[in-house]
Write a protein that binds this ligand. Structure first.
Ligand code: ZN
Length: 437
């Protein structure tokens, strides 16, 4: 969340849900460091919950202005915010039944009506169209290649007789990931607010990912086991399923039944169909079956034949993957393929540790399942992508502020961009202010 002030006009860039230690997340999500009613408009870069997930709360607390986003982003947040609201309502109900002491815990952060109101406030703007908000502010969305609908925001601002340009990258995509269009170059600006999630890191090549995936799927099929792949429902699931189908069609992977166990991903798939021109065509000859009910998922999980199940729950902390893990974590024929970052301490992180057992759902389980990491399915730029996408902005850019990365990643990217010749690069402190004029 970044607040831009142009004279009296207040524009908020993104409004995501903070995830982290419970108490800190609770406070940061509930309380805005400004009056939501004082915000004139929001610019939303894309539909991931860490960028849009607190919009219904902003609305609940008095924001009534427009939310500018691309048409695909609006369609996706309609699904994502409704799902998030349902989770907030469920959590509050559980807290209430459990007798939470703080009244705040018994009240959801927001409800489905707030989510619906936020969607009603969306104003869609197509890519590459200069959209004039008022005399002082013009915005243009450019394809960020990170997710269906994702945008880099380029702002042209007039203040005190001078023109300023501000670029907000949102999340930047990965070059060479053919499922999505390539990310655009980052426009120069007086200020570039740039993400830094994979600063200093290289991604595996697509060929390397295919080879790793082929090895583990072949081994597992030969043993008669299941391949379990936990993945976040929006973004990662579509990328993984796209490549699994392509590799099966090309004979890189054995053709196994392919299931997606995520009702949310099934809804997202319908939106992807509406924007089929924007995405690479799927290998239609390989069918995907979406498992909607928990019963269907249990049935598929307990059938004897090998199959691949992509299930919701990126770090195995929740979601449909849990039931499959209970079924197969102690089955040496099966494999767990981790395609996302696994935070230390998360269940996924524990499963990666070379230990003979693992604790979850109130008991200790033998960990006999084969655990394999296949990196590179990320929709984020890596170090080489940052260098290439930012290079055209060199010379015409004054300040770069790096956000959305762990300190080690933003420090690595800071060093690389300074070496590349950008004059002022740093990761800002929380609530730090930068005056451009
Ligand atoms: Zn994202």
């Amino acid at each position: 969340m970044h607040l831009l002030e142009v004279g009296p006009y207040r524009l908020l860039l993104d409004c995501g849900l903070h995830r982290g230690p419970r108490e800190e997340a609770r406070l940061r999500n509930r309380h805005f460091p400004f009056d939501p009613a004082s915000i004139d408009a929001v610019v939303l870069s894309h539909a991931h919950i860490d960028h849009c997930g607190n919009l219904p709360n902003l609305v609940r607390q008095g924001f009534t202005g427009p939310i500018y986003c691309t048409p695909a982003t609006q369609d996706l947040i309609a699904i994502m915010l409704a799902d998030s609201a349902r989770i907030q309502e469920d959590d509050a109900q559980v807290a209430s039944l459990a007798g939470a002491r703080r009244p705040g815990d018994r009240r959801p952060l927001y409800n489905r009506q707030d989510a619906f109101t936020a969607i009603e406030q969306c104003m869609t703007v197509q890519y590459d169209v200069a959209y004039t908000i008022n005399d002082a502010v013009q915005l243009r969305f450019i394809d960020a290649g990170h997710l269906l609908g994702s945008a880099i925001t380029s702002l042209t601002l007039q203040h005190a007789g001078r023109e300023y340009r501000v670029t907000f990258t949102g999340d930047l995509g990965r070059r060479g990931l053919s499922y999505l269009p390539p990310p655009s170059n980052v426009p120069a600006g007086d200020l570039i607010i740039c993400e830094s999630t994979y600063g200093g890191k290289p991604h595996d090549t697509i060929e390397g990912m295919a080879a790793k995936m082929a090895d583990v799927v072949r081994r597992t099929a030969a043993r008669g086991g299941k391949v379990l792949i936990p993945a976040f429902s929006l973004g990662r699931t579509q990328i993984v399923v796209h490549y699994l189908r392509r590799w099966m069609a090309e004979g890189v992977l054995p053709r196994l039944p392919l299931y997606v166990d995520s009702p949310l991903a099934a809804e997202i798939d319908l939106v992807c169909d509406d924007y089929a021109d924007y995405l690479a065509p799927d290998a239609e000859e390989i069918e995907v079956e979406y498992l909607l009910s928990a019963d269907e998922a249990w049935y598929r999980s307990t059938q004897p034949d090998p199959c691949v199940i992509v299930a919701s729950g990126g770090m195995c902390e929740g979601g449909r993957i849990i039931q499959h893990l209970k079924q197969h974590v102690d089955d040496p024929r099966s494999s767990l393929v981790l395609v996302s970052y696994q935070a230390p301490g998360s269940l996924g992180g524990q499963l990666l540790e070379p230990k003979p057992n693992v604790r979850f759902h109130g008991r200790t389980w033998n960990k006999w399942i084969e655990v394999v990491e296949v990196n590179g399915f990320s929709g984020h730029a890596d170090q080489a992508d940052f260098a290439a996408l930012l290079a055209p902005a060199l010379g015409a850019t004054k300040h770069v502020r790096l956000v959305h990365g762990e300190p080690s990643q933003s420090e690595a990217l800071t060093a690389a961009l300074l070496a590349q010749g950008f004059p002022d690069v740093r990761a800002p402190e929380r609530e730090e202010v930068l005056a451009l004029g």
